[in-house]
Design a protein around this ligand. Sequence first.
Ligand SMILES: [Zn+2]
Length: 94
Amino acid sequence: MIWVTQYLCPDRHALFALAWDDNEMSQASVEAEGEKMFTENGGPLNRWCELCGGAPHVEHQESLFQTMEEAMPTLKQVESENIRTRDFVLGMRN
Ligand SMILES: [Zn+2]
């Protein structure tokens, strides 16, 4: 089963998300990898929402997909939409 883990602020803005296969990883190992995204662990992200300043929490949710190959077209589509949304929001700030 493919899962999606999101780091969400209280207003549910996603700082980032990870898709993973429960044949290869566990919720605990995904969270350990996710922690590496934050600056205090050498990663590129601050541990707060850039839109509202809220602190993130972690949510894990099963996807509708059994394999990463099956999930990939949808994941790529959502990624593309999220990049366009981020660029739009950042454009509004400048
Ligand atoms: Zn937020």
